[in-house]
Design a protein around this ligand. Structure first.
Ligand code: FE
Ligand code: FE
Ligand code: ZN
Length: 276
């Protein structure tokens, strides 16, 4: 069965998120590990996590794709911001162990005026300090649209980060369809070629999750404005091909489209049908 869900508000705790997901017809979901603008995370309620894990099992939810806050920039030119990011990452990885064997996705960062090479080195350096051998979480680098000075604007930049990581098996990639489209990868005209390129540069064995989004902008726009499924420049046909593709179809698909609950439920139901 297709694993599909959306990004949920995380304010009410794990069990609430699980119930919310199920009410939308989802069997996977994403959430911010803390306020997306950063700051202190709410303490984990062990009873809540326990109840959630039982509920998730009953409802065939076996994949969580947590999302780091946007304020986490591991390659800021400001060392205090890098440190702030590292502290959040380290804390989040401890928290993730309450829900073992799940995914934690983050935006590699924006190097501002430091250059991509410096950015890549700083991101890898921090990951090497924070990843630990006992962790069960897989940390995912998200493919980015290349807005401003974002690192991860192409597959090569993600590969360059991965190459520097000591605990290789703790790392993977999350592919965002809006971002790679905006980054210039033509998943409408030639999905097959894009996946071949991903395989050649990064390796498909490192792909763990997909953010399924349409885009408000044309190919290569480097804008990062998500659109509802079928209402943007990528379109329903191409996104259907993504969820049906043999090398992607078993991954968790997370919608980050501009929707309310009814909109998410409708997109989930529609994509389930089209994936058959
Ligand atoms: Fe993201
Ligand atoms: Fe995304
Ligand atoms: Zn985005």
């Amino acid at each position: 069965m297709l694993r599909i869900g959306c990004h949920l508000p995380s304010s009410k705790g794990y069990l609430e998120m699980g119930k919310h997901a199920v009410s939308l017809g989802a069997n996977t979901f994403a959430f911010f590990t803390r306020n997306p603008r950063g700051g202190k995370a709410k303490p984990i309620q062990e009873e809540d996590v326990k109840a959630f894990l039982a509920y998730a099992k009953e409802h065939d939810i076996d994949r969580l794709v947590a999302h780091a806050p946007y304020t986490m920039n591991l390659c800021s030119a400001d060392p205090s911001i890098r440190q702030f990011g590292m502290d959040m990452l380290a804390d989040d990885l401890q928290r993730m162990e309450y829900t073992p064997n799940q995914y934690y996705n983050f935006h590699p960062g924006s190097h501002v005026k430091q250059g991509a090479e410096t950015g890549i080195a700083q991101i890898a350096e921090t990951l090497n300090k924070v990843l630990f051998p006992e962790q069960t979480t897989t940390v995912l680098l998200e493919t980015m649209a290349g807005k401003g000075s974002e690192v991860g604007r192409n597959f090569e930049e993600l590969r360059a980060i991965l190459d520097r990581i000591e605990l290789q098996e703790k790392m993977g990639v999350c592919l965002d369809t809006c971002h790679i489209w905006d980054g210039g990868y033509d998943i409408v005209g030639n999905l097959e070629q894009v996946l071949e390129e991903f395989d050649r540069v990064i390796g498909l064995h490192r792909l763990y999750a997909v953010h399924l989004n349409d885009s408000m902008n044309p190919l290569g726009a480097h804008k990062d404005r998500h659109q509802k499924i079928g209402q943007g420049h990528i379109g329903l046909e191409a996104l259907t091909a993504v969820v049906r593709h043999p090398v992607l179809k078993d991954l968790p698909f997370i919608l980050e489209t501009p929707n309310d609950d009814a909109g998410y439920a409708a997109e989930i139901a529609q994509l389930r049908e089209l994936a058959k």
